[in-house]
Write a protein that binds this ligand. Structure first.
Ligand code: ZN
Ligand code: ZN
Length: 277
């Protein structure tokens, strides 16, 4: 069980579950992809295919905490074929399969370490989970309410907001909660006006981004930043913050403005130097 311990860099698991984008992890990700794609392409025309790339794919999946029997079930492959692929047949003193049927290969290669396939106790990066909860709190859902809806003790709920990693079970539970509540008004669901305002103010003070600042496709990516204004990170972002009174302006907008000013100053300096000459 990986827990909150550090995973090794240079692995597809680290890339995928911790969102690490360091060079060795990106390399491991591209290796995983290349192996899989090559094996898929190869399997389309051969009567039997080389078992090795498929075995490599299966082993990567096992690193994600997906047991081989569960993997066989997910792929719809008999456990016997699966065990021969991985371990051979020890009673008959047979080594792991050298070749397998293309259909078996295709079925196994189709399985990927998606959130649905992962074991529920696998620890993953908490970024998306934290952002979803912060956005709900920002929308006026008190922590105690959210904890109750998730069947959690308030103290455990507090941990979810601060820990760098959470289990897949928690990720799934928070996704369900978010889907259910992101559009709802807490005041129509048993939250009184006072608790609502207190909660909104609390989240605003902490700078937590609202639902509208996130995109479903990128909310889990640690490299993305919230788009508060719809123009964040562009040269119009800084003014947009002022016009929409979403202050202070976010970091990417301040950076964009600084870059824009540097650019203008540099452009302005050229004629002045030309004048002096
Ligand atoms: Zn890394
Ligand atoms: Zn911004």
């Amino acid at each position: 069980m990986a827990g909150v311990s550090e995973r090794e860099h240079g692995t597809y698991v680290k890339y995928k579950l911790d969102g690490c984008r360091c060079y060795p992890c990106c390399f491991a990700d591209s290796e995983y992809r290349r192996n899989r794609e090559r094996a898929i392409a190869y399997g389309t025309w051969q009567p039997f295919v080389d078992a090795e790339p498929v075995r490599a794919h299966v082993r990567s999946l096992m690193e994600f905490g997906i047991g081989w029997k569960r993997l066989a079930a997910l792929a719809g492959v008999p456990t016997g074929a699966m065990s021969k692929l991985l371990y051979g047949d020890q009673r008959r003193n047979m080594a792991p399969s050298k070749q397998i049927r293309p259909r078996t290969a295709a079925a196994l290669l189709a399985v990927e370490p998606s959130l649905e396939n992962l074991g529920s106790v696998v620890a993953v990066d908490a970024t998306g989970t934290r952002r979803r909860l912060q956005a709900l709190i920002r929308a006026g859902w008190p922590k105690a309410q959210l904890a109750k809806r998730m069947g959690m003790l308030p103290s455990n709920f507090g941990d979810v907001l601060t820990r760098p990693q959470v289990t897949v079970r928690t990720v799934r539970a928070v996704m369900r909660l978010y889907d259910e509540l992101w559009q709802a008004d807490p005041r129509e669901h048993g939250v009184d006006n006072q608790a609502y305002s207190r909660t909104v103010n609390y989240a605003s003070k902490l700078g937590w981004a609202p639902v509208g600042a996130w995109d479903d496709d990128t909310i889990d990516d640690p490299a993305t930043v919230p788009d508060w204004t719809g123009k964040c990170g562009t040269s119009d972002g800084y003014d947009a913050h002022y016009n929409m009174r979403i202050l202070p302006a976010c970091r990417p907008c301040r950076d964009a403005r600084a870059a824009h000013r540097r650019e203008r100053r540099r452009a302005g300096r050229v004629p002045r130097m030309a004048e002096a000459a």
